[in-house]
Each structure stands twice: as structure tokens, then as C-alpha cells.
Design a protein around this ligand. Structure first.
Ligand code: GBH
Length: 468
């Protein structure tokens, strides 16, 4: 058994953690904030587990100073936050809510004082309700609305913020929000409209990227944070490996969890041929300049990765899912724990797009135990992170240019349709008292950061293939 205590990540590697506005801020109607589609969706009966909402969440809006102190105690180098669009533009366009902007001013100033680099996501799903009522992402003007909002944020924060992420997971807010309907705004619009919304979101990404590039006061680094399927070959034979890569490049007719449908327009300025064929009549309307707008140079490609699909090559070479033995480890969400997913998807993205990569999210919900000694034991999180980081290191060793890792999430938070059932945090939140407690994983991560990964223990169990 090889024990790789000598592992080290690249010298300028960024160790961070992430969260999103609606999931932690609370203060849903304070200081002039407008409503988001999530505020409305949570009021609909039966949509959210236990009838929860993000009205109060972690009360981060008021407790951000304390949260930054804990981030500092963990030794975080970077913190990925998102700006709530309706907090700073209550109607989504037009009037600016200065009080909302002042919150992000204070937050960023204090992060910088604590020596933590802010990475700002412009859109992590809390879309202004007023705009949704005016057609939302389907409206022809929607990319422009986003561009105008971006200008406001860039004008106000870019003297201190250099790292930007335009959109978080279009696959989710388009797919789950407008196609499946299990996330806000809860529309089920059919494939054609969903793809049009996706196209508008890509235009929004492009416009925002060029605005940041041209209007930022600091030299900006811009990327985005999509999520796509990661396939893991069940054996190390050539056919199975090829099938996994095929799975990550494939456009599926009935699913929006693709990598290339979203990534190719951004990096190559075109939709993948295969997608154009299978979507046929459902293809979005594409204006003559659209791809010039969408294809803006980006500085890094973000990758949110949680789980993967184990596969073998079918007779036609296409990936065919392999059933793991029952009882194979899963997270509390029932997502498979598949450490190699981070290796395969980052290797795939590196090879296809040839851009620096940043793992913009990786983490899990698991049971944790608040003990009498006041400690919170979450050994599954530590085990999970250790294994995923081992595989991330493997990808780097084999040549993938990976610049950073953001753990999801810095603290337990409002897990969308699952409410507060799932705890993803390094920091435990007591939702009765709002008390914060660093979990065991936070102490563990602190040492990982301090040692730049040198103390990641590779027990070799996940180094090669998924055992069948
Ligand atoms: C992210 O989405 C979000 O960005 C974040 O806000 C959220 O809190 C976090 O993750 C946790 O959910 O095939 O059944 O094994 C995650 C998107 C989409 C990742 C579905 C896992 C596969 C589930 N997820 N995906 S499954």
C-alpha cells in the first residue's frame, strides 16, 4: 500500500469554499430587497421539504462578520459568494438599491481585511421575480437585463474583486427550473423553450464576460461554473475508458445534463453537431451574431462535481451504466460517492477545452453528530474530501491544469427543494439559535490548506478502477 504523504498541489493553487446568496443570507425582504423567484416558489405549497424557505436561512446578511472570522480560522484562501440580483435591483432592471449594494461592499471589505480573496458569482439562481413575470429567461431581452445588472455589480465591486463567475449551473436553473419544474420558478416549458432559455443564458454569459473584461477596474479573471455528467469507467480497459469519455461528450436527447451542449458554444462558438441533430425542431432561434457574443475568451473553466455514473462500453461503444453492488457508498442525498468522477470530468474538460480549470464546487451532505463536548463529527465528509482530492491530484499529476478547489459549502444552508434536510457545510448551523460550530471537517480542511494538500492520505483504494 502506497501512502502518499508527499503529495503537494501546485504552488499557487487556490483553496476555497463556496456558498450562494439565497442559500445563506436570509433577510429576504430587508433594506429594500426585491423578491426572487425562490421567494415566490417557497410560498407554494408542497414544493420545499417541510415547507421551508430561505427567508432566514443562516442569517448571513447580519452575521457575515462572524462567518468571515470562522473562514479565517479555517485558513480559507478564497471564498466564492454570489450576489443576489433582486437585492441590488429589486425589479431586476432600472432602480438600484444602494443598501443592497452596501451589504456586498461590507462583505468584500471584511473578506479582504481577513486575507480572503472573494470570488463573485453573478447568478446563482435567485432571479428577480418581476422579470420572471415579464417573460423571464425566455424573453428576448433577458440577456440584456443580465448585462445591465452585471454593469451595476462590476461598477460597484470591481475595484476590489478580480475573480468572477458569470452563471452557476445553467443545467440546473434551465433544466430543473424551466423544464422539469422542481426548482424555482417551477415552469415546465417543454424542450424547445428550455433550449431557447439555455441559449439566452449563454448570451447572458457572453455579454457579462465582455462587460467584466472591458469595465473592470482591476485586471479581471472570468469564468463560469457549469455542472455536467461525469462518467467513470468500471474497468481500466480501453473500450470502457473510451465509453466514459464518450458519455461526457455526448448530448442526450432527453436531458440537459450535458457538458458539451453548454461548453462548446462558450469555448468553440458553436453547438455540438450531435445536439443540433437530435434536438432538431426544438433547436433555439440563433441570431447571426449570437456566437460572437457567446464565445468570449474566458480565463478559467469552472467545474462543479459531486458524483458520477459508473459505466462500461456497450456493444456499440456507447456508455452503458454499471450497477454497483448494493450498499456501495452514497452520500445522504443518495448520490454515489465516486471519487474518480472528479478525475474523469476534469481530465475530459482539460482535454476538450484546453483551459485552466477550477473546481468551483465539490462536497456532500452527510450525517453529522453534535456531541456533548460541543464538537460536530462528520467523518464521512473528511473521507469523501480525502478521496476526491486524491483523484484531483491524480488529474493534475497527469497534466490537467487545475488552479483551485472550492468545497461546497462553507456552512450548512438552505438546500433548495430539500430545505434544511441536507447539511453540506464545513460549519454546522444550529437553525434555532444560529450558533456556528466548526465541524471536524473544517479542522481537517484547515490542515490540508496549510500543507497545500501534502497531508492527503492516499490509501490507494480508489486509485485505479471502480471495483465491480
Ligand atoms: C449544486 O448543484 C448547486 O450549485 C448548489 O447550490 C447546491 O447547494 C449543491 O450543488 C448541492 O446540491 O445522478 O442522482 O446522483 C448540484 C447539481 C445535480 C449535482 C444532480 C448532482 C446528480 C444526482 N446536482 N447531480 S444523481
Amino acid at each position: 500500500m502506497s501512502n502518499n504523504y508527499s503529495k503537494s498541489f501546485p504552488e499557487d493553487f487556490t483553496w476555497g469554499a463556496a456558498a450562494a446568496a439565497y442559500q445563506i443570507e436570509g433577510a429576504w425582504d430587508e433594506d429594500g430587497k426585491g423578491k426572487s423567484v425562490w421567494d415566490a416558489y417557497c410560498n407554494e405549497k408542497g414544493k420545499i421539504w417541510d415547507g421551508d424557505s430561505g427567508r432566514v436561512a443562516c442569517d448571513h446578511y447580519h452575521r457575515y462578520s462572524e462567518d468571515i472570522e470562522i473562514m479565517q480560522a479555517i485558513g480559507l484562501q478564497a471564498y466564492r459568494l454570489s450576489v443576489s440580483w433582486p437585492r441590488i435591483m429589486p425589479e431586476g432592471k432600472g432602480a438600484i438599491n444602494t443598501k443592497g449594494l452596501e451589504f456586498y461592499d461590507r462583505l468584500i471589505d471584511e473578506l479582504l481585511e481577513a486575507g480572503i480573496t472573494p470570488w463573485v458569482t453573478l447568478f446563482h439562481w435567485d432571479y428577480p421575480l418581476t422579470l420572471d413575470l415579464q417573460g423571464g429567461w425566455l424573453a428576448e431581452d433577458s440577456p440584456k437585463w443580465f448585462a445591465n445588472y452585471t454593469e451595476v455589480v462590476v461598477d460597484s465591486l470591481s475595484d476590489r474583486v478580480a475573480h468572477w463567475i458569470t452563471l452557476n449551473e445553467p443545467q440546473c436553473f434551465v433544466g430543473l427550473g424551466h423544464f422539469v419544474g422542481c426548482h424555482a420558478p417551477g415552469h415546465r416549458m417543454g424542450l424547445a423553450k428550455a433550449l431557447q432559455i439555455g441559449h439566452n443564458a449563454l448570451l447572458a454569459h457572453g455579454m457579462a464576460t465582455s462587460i467584466i473584461r472591458t469595465q473592470s477596474k482591476l485586471q479581471a479573471s472570468v469564468g463560469w461554473a457549469p455542472v455536467g455528467n461525469s462518467y467513470v469507467p468500471a474497468t481500466s480497459n480501453e473500450q470502457d475508458r473510451a465509453a466514459a469519455i464518450r458519455g461526457m461528450e455526448k448530448v442526450f436527447p432527453d436531458s440537459l445534463w450535458n457538458n458539451t451542449w453548454w461548453g462548446d458554444p462558450v469555448v468553440f462558438g458553436r453547438y455540438p453537431e450531435e445536439g443540433i441533430e437530435i434536438y432538431g425542431d426544438a433547436m433555439p432561434k440563433i441570431g447571426p451574431d449570437d456566437f460572437d457574443i457567446i464565445q468570449q475568451p474566458i480565463d478559467f473553466y469552472g467545474c462543479n462535481v459531486y458524483t458520477g455514473i459508473p459505466c462500461k462500453a456497450g456493444d456499440d461503444g456507447e456508455p452503458s451504466e454499471v450497477k454497483l453492488p448494493s450498499g456501495s457508498p452514497r452520500t445522504l442525498f443518495q448520490w454515489r460517492m465516486l471519487p474518480e468522477s472528479i478525475y474523469w470530468v476534469s481530465t475530459f474538460l482539460h482535454e476538450r477545452y484546453q483551459l485552466p480549470l477550477v473546481i468551483t464546487e465539490n462536497g456532500l451532505s452527510c450525517h453529522d453528530w453534535v456531541c456533548l463536548d460541543g464538537k460536530v463529527h462528520d467523518s464521512q465528509r473528511i473521507d469523501f474530501m480525502n478521496r476526491y482530492l486524491t483523484q484531483l491530484h491524480r488529474a493534475i499529476e497527469e497534466g490537467a491544469d487545475i488552479r483551485g478547489y472550492f468545497q461546497w459549502s462553507i456552512m450548512d444552508n438552505f438546500e433548495w427543494a430539500e430545505g434544511y434536510k441536507h447539511r453540506f457545510g464545513l460549519i454546522h448551523i444550529d437553525y434555532e439559535t444560529q450558533a456556528r460550530t466548526m465541524k471536524d471537517s473544517a479542522y481537517w480542511y484547515k490542515e490540508i490548506i496549510q500543507g497545500n494538500g501534502t497531508c492527503i492520505f492516499n490509501d490507494s483504494s480508489s486509485a485505479e478502477a471502480v471495483p465491480l
